[in-house]
Design a protein around this ligand. Structure first.
Ligand code: NAD
Ligand code: ZN
Length: 360
């Protein structure tokens, strides 16, 4: 159960749970007019199976396919989704199922938040990242040419259904992308997650072939960490900031390299190593290889010589989360004890970035 100021909803995770969840949804909302907003690849890979499940519950549903990729989090795509909802006569009680990764979730969620000032939104995350992160907490939105995620709203869904059967088709690099956020939860909140992610280090099997119950437990443990944080701080005025562990360095690196060269997960992984170093330099005691041992799973295609240390620091200074010109970092006093600190000391920043450069 996720309890927020604006409402309570259920997060569920399991294998093959969508069909039953849909019965629940249709007992609460008017499924004579149901909307599906779905990622292009998920539609291609799972569309037929989904059609069977949905047709059982709703005679009349309308589908909008979101082109895959970050560029769909745009004004023009948002308008297309809202046009689709309104033209198909969405009502205050029409459920909107948003099926895909974080891109579709953010875009579809924002469209559901804004059409008729809000229609019942159900997140059906299909990437590991979306299952443990973006489907929880109510942040929806799109990008602006000035920066990522600059337009949006906090809009809590009516439910989240994480059905791991979607993960069967998830490419390996997207698993690794999700892993970075999972390691973040382990570092800031729950050491047990490090143990639960052990199967990532076993390269003998595709990740989906590992024990499904273990995978569901891992997803639930992570979801609980995020739920706990967003319940305490829905609008990011306090502890929600801890979720930015690794992201101050990570976002700067993404910006400097270009989003096409480095993935968010790769950048956040390196960002966490840098943040761990900065934590140690500023008196924390989170030492050891808890994060480092996952290093072999990540590979980079970055042109190292084109990176500028000065620009990286400038990107961190421009972070929208800073107050004044000070750079705010989420650091670790010790493992699972995050703190927000301002660090200006040049030599510490340089040493922390060196951890990143050494790995590229
Ligand atoms: P994504 O939505 O772009 O999905 C990654 C790729 O996987 C896409 O190509 C997609 O087509 C494909 N895909 C999705 N499900 C699949 C499946 N089951 N099988 C095969 N392919 C599949 O990326 P993401 O990593 O899920 O999400 C990243 C986005 O999430 C970013 O825009 C980020 O800003 C946002 N985000 C939002 C929040 C939040 O709180 N709202 C939190 C974290 C990230
Ligand atoms: Zn992230």
């Amino acid at each position: 159960e996720v309890n927020t100021r604006t409402g309570t909803y259920i997060y569920s995770a399991g294998n093959g749970i969508l069909s039953r969840a849909l019965s629940d949804i249709c007992s609460r909302h008017d499924c004579r007019n149901l909307f599906v907003i779905i990622d292009e690849n998920v539609h291609r890979l799972h569309g037929e199976r989904l059609r069977g499940i949905i047709e059982n519950r709703s005679e009349n549903f309308s589908t909008f396919i979101v082109p895959a990729g970050e560029s769909s989090k745009s004004f023009s795509e948002w308008k297309r989704v809202v046009d689709f909802l309104l033209e198909n006569k969405v009502r205050r009680n029409s459920p909107v199922l948003v099926i895909g990764g974080g891109v579709t979730g953010d875009l579809g969620g924002f469209a559901a938040a804004t059409a008729l000032r809000g229609v019942p939104l159900y997140h059906i995350p299909t990437t590991l990242l979306a299952m443990v992160d973006s489907s929880i907490g109510g942040k929806t939105g799109i990008n602006h040419q000035i920066g990522k995620n600059l337009i949006g709203s906090f809009y809590q869904p009516a439910g989240v259904i994480a059905d791991i059967s979607f993960l069967e088709t998830l490419p390996r690099n997207e698993w690794i992308n999700g892993l970075s956020e999972i390691l973040k939860y382990a570092a800031i909140s729950d050491d047990e997650i490090f143990r639960q992610t052990g199967f990532f280090l076993d390269s003998s099997l595709p990740y989906y072939e590992h024990d499904h119950d273990d995978l569901i437990s891992l997803i639930c443990t992570c979801a609980e960490v995020k739920i706990d944080i967003v319940e305490k701080d829905e609008h990011e005025r306090g502890v929600r900031a801890f979720l930015n562990f690794g992201h101050t360095f990570g976002h700067a690196l993404e910006k400097e390299c270009g989003y096409k060269t480095i993935s968010h997960g790769e950048a956040v992984y390196l960002g966490m190593l840098a943040a761990q170093k900065l934590s140690l330099l500023t008196g924390g005691d989170a030492a050891g290889d808890k994060l480092e041992k996952y290093g072999s799973l990540y590979s980079y295609r970055v042109d190292k010589d084109a990176l500028s240390y000065e620009r990286l620091v400038a990107h961190m200074k421009a972070d929208k989360k800073n107050k004044n010109r000070d750079i705010h970092f989420v650091l670790l006093d010790s493992w699972q004890h995050p703190v927000v600190k301002t660090v200006n000391k040049e030599s510490y920043l340089k040493e922390s970035w060196d951890v990143v450069f050494d790995r590229l």
